[in-house]
Design a protein around this ligand. Structure first.
Ligand code: ACM
Length: 694
């Protein structure tokens, strides 16, 4: 983060390079005679840039043509409010009286589907010239997508705020573009979910997959079965009124809400209040640890289906979406094998193993879902040949199950590669395509791949840091699912992501601001400048590393340095770019050299200030070894730059010794890791050495 302002010139040159590398079909990325700067995310499917721009003035107003309803009016008001906030220009929220006098005209054919489905028409066109803007869409959802683009088009220069003249025809590549949030392991409050929905709408995601039950908590009020939350939630659950509020809030933004009640496994929390549903006698407790546990529903008792019939009926009335997700993942079958009654049921029904018994359970569940008007969605474990073809499979274990499902007639979405909780980079997620160019699927099979979902599992995440775990990385998955396949320039993605990240913060998300809040709380001081220098080159270790090192459970406070830091901070890619530019001309006294030298010096001089803060904060002091390492990295950097700029060789053995320091610094420590090791290795390797013995 410390790089983004002073480093603007270098970034701009890289961005211009990426312009020339853009393929012929891809939309233009940045720069043109018109001064248009493309910061759209996701990129539209077709974009052409015209001369001129539409100035935003106090008389800017929007009129509707043909059709309007309350949802469209609310969307227009939101857009006007945001443009007003962004520009500081007082624009009235009331619609223009007639289209002829309006700066922007919105022509929509109709409301769209009463219950939004995967087939909803989300396409739109946007035509902007120097006197007016015209947004056209078949449905209100299409108009909402176009308004999100309009908000992203707002630009400024020294003369004022404006919307560049462009012609956009846009339609999504995939119809199912989701974000799953696990509210079972850590409860996520309604206001956090609402701002997340605002972020989703900004990047045109259209499904909120709400994971509502887990071993660690049952989060949805049931009036038919009140003991589900009375005993299974620690008092942290959504009332039915709140769930309806979320559904309405999402619908207002063209987002479907697909609830998930994970069964037959991951169900410990159900059994605390209703032990008769379980396959073992109990007693049961809310599970505090994380992992895969034995408690599982009893699929052999009619009373289980009677319960689920009533429960699904109750939930179907709250969640209007055509799909209900039944989970189905990670049932270890232990309790089924241990129960003689269940074993004899399996023999009587010719069910050869626990997978066959789970298939029997799914078949029964499917009938109940159908009775209540729902299609079934489930994780890829549910994929068995005798399930009907209208079941939708969510692939989390690998791309293979998605392709296998498509070949066997099932629709599916991809989540393998989109697990945000793994603390991977935006570019790693960006590279994952539900339908790669090289595929052996026929056109008909390809059409069964509906899209994908980013997944935010909550073992290591709390309401405080969830925004920085989702944003801005989810925006890159949103682009992968919306934009043409050939929109894949990583440098340009990061350039636009940085702009979108600020826009998302403007919507109320706290993924940027929370870092400083947490650093102040950790250090007990406002004077966090030295700490920010350290924090800007650190990120959380990978999910599995943390699980292995920390052994956290649901009650572990998530308030260490690792929890303050965003995964894949802007510094990582920016430093990589800076090093790339520097190493093109290492002896050249370039701007890149000046910037690198300033950074390395800052890493060294920050040390006493950070140690001073750490002396007062045992929580922060856990990361103390990182401070000395930061200073060592700074010294290595300065030495390397000095060899390279002088053209003099280092003594024999210099490189090996420095690379060993980098190897040591790369190891996880205090649950955080440096973001700058690889470019530093490139830098050290670029130095030449005096041959040994000279
Ligand atoms: C999953 O990650 N168990 C779906």
């Amino acid at each position: 983060m410390i790089y983004q302002r002073t480093f603007a010139a270098v970034l701009a040159s890289i961005a211009v390079l990426s312009l020339f590398r853009a393929s012929a079909q891809a939309p233009p990325l940045q720069g043109s005679a018109t001064g248009f700067i493309n910061t759209l995310m996701p990129q539209p499917s077709q974009l052409s840039v015209q001369e001129g721009h539409l100035a935003i003035t106090p008389s800017f107003s929007i009129a509707t043509e043909h059709f309007r309803d309350a949802r469209l009016d609310a969307a227009l008001t939101r857009t006007v409010d945001r443009i007003r906030t962004r520009t500081g220009i007082f624009i009235s929220s009331s619609p223009a009286v007639d289209a002829a006098s309006a700066a922007m005209v919105v022509s929509v054919d109709g409301a769209g589907e009463t219950i939004q489905s995967v087939d909803e028409d989300e396409s739109y066109s946007l035509e902007i010239n120097s006197s007016s803007a015209h947004l056209r869409a078949a449905t209100v959802v299409g108009a909402i997508r176009g308004l999100a683009t309009m908000e992203q088009l707002v630009q400024s220069d020294a003369t004022g705020y404006f919307i560049p003249a462009v012609m956009i025809h846009d339609t999504p590549r995939f119809r199912w573009r989701g974000l799953m949030i696990d509210c079972g392991r850590h409860f996520i409050p309604v206001d956090v979910l609402k701002r997340t929905l605002d972020g989703m709408a900004s990047v045109k995601l259209n499904v909120f997959h709400w994971h509502l039950s887990e071993d660690q908590g049952f989060r949805m009020e049931s009036k038919a079965f009140p003991k589900l939350t009375e005993f299974g939630s620690d008092g942290l659950f959504y009332t039915q009124g709140q769930a309806r509020e979320i559904v309405a809030y999402a619908r207002d933004r063209g987002i479907r809400v697909v609830p998930e009640f994970d069964m037959p496994g991951h169900t410990s929390a159900w059994f605390v209040g209703y032990p008769d549903l379980a396959s073992a006698p109990g007693p049961f407790h809310i599970e505090r640890k994380f992992g895969v546990f034995d408690p599982v529903m009893d699929p052999t008792r009619e009373s289980t289906y009677k319960f689920l019939d009533t429960f699904i009926g109750e939930m179907a009335a709250i969640f209007p979406d055509h799909f209900m997700h039944i989970g189905g993942d990670e049932n270890n079958g232990v309790e089924w094998k241990a129960n003689p009654r269940i074993q004899s049921f399996m023999r009587e029904h010719n069910l050869k193993d626990t997978a066959a018994l789970q298939n029997y359970f799914n078949q029964r569940l499917l009938k109940l879902l159908e009775k209540h008007g729902k299609h079934m969605a489930g994780w890829d474990e549910i994929l068995t040949p005798d399930l009907p073809k209208d079941v939708m499979v969510q692939s989390w274990r690998g791309f293979e199950s998605l392709a296998a499902g498509a070949k066997n007639g099932y629709t599916g979405i991809l989540s393998a590669g989109y697990y945000l909780n793994l603390m991977s980079t935006a570019e790693a997620h960006y590279a994952v395509d539900p339908l790669p160019e090289k595929t052996d699927l026929t056109a008909e099979q390809q059409a069964r791949i509906l899209g994908g979902e980013a997944c935010m599992w909550e073992e290591q995440t709390s309401p405080l840091d969830i925004d920085s775990r989702i944003w801005p990385r989810a925006a890159t998955i949103a682009e992968r699912l919306w934009s043409p396949r050939n929109v894949n320039d990583v440098d340009d993605m990061y350039r636009r992501l940085e702009v979108e990240s600020l826009r998302l913060e403007g919507l109320g998300l706290t993924h940027i601001s929370q870092e400083d809040v947490s650093l102040r709380q950790l250090s007990g001081s406002r004077q966090i400048a030295p700490l920010r220098i350290l924090a800007s080159v650190l990120e959380p270790v990978r999910f599995h590393e943390r699980a292995h090192l920390q052994h956290a459970n649901q009650l572990t406070p998530l308030d260490l340095l690792v929890d303050a830091l965003p995964p894949d901070p802007p510094s990582r890619h920016n430093f990589e770019l800076l090093m790339r530019v520097y190493l093109q001309n290492p002896g050249g006294r370039t701007q890149a050299e000046t910037k690198l030298t300033a950074d390395f010096s800052a890493w060294i001089t920050a040390e006493p200030g950070i140690l001073h803060l750490m002396a007062e904060s045992p929580r922060l002091a856990q990361a103390e070894p990182r401070v000395e390492q930061l200073s060592e990295l700074g010294t290595i950097g300065l030495d390397a730059v000095s060899y390279l700029s002088s053209g003099l060789p280092a003594a024999a053995g210099w490189k090996a010794a420095r690379l060993a320091v980098l190897d040591e610094a790369e190891k996880p420590q205090a649950l955080v890791r440096f973001t700058v090791i690889k470019p530093l290795r490139d830098l050290v390797n670029a130095v030449s050495e005096t041959p040994a013995g000279k």
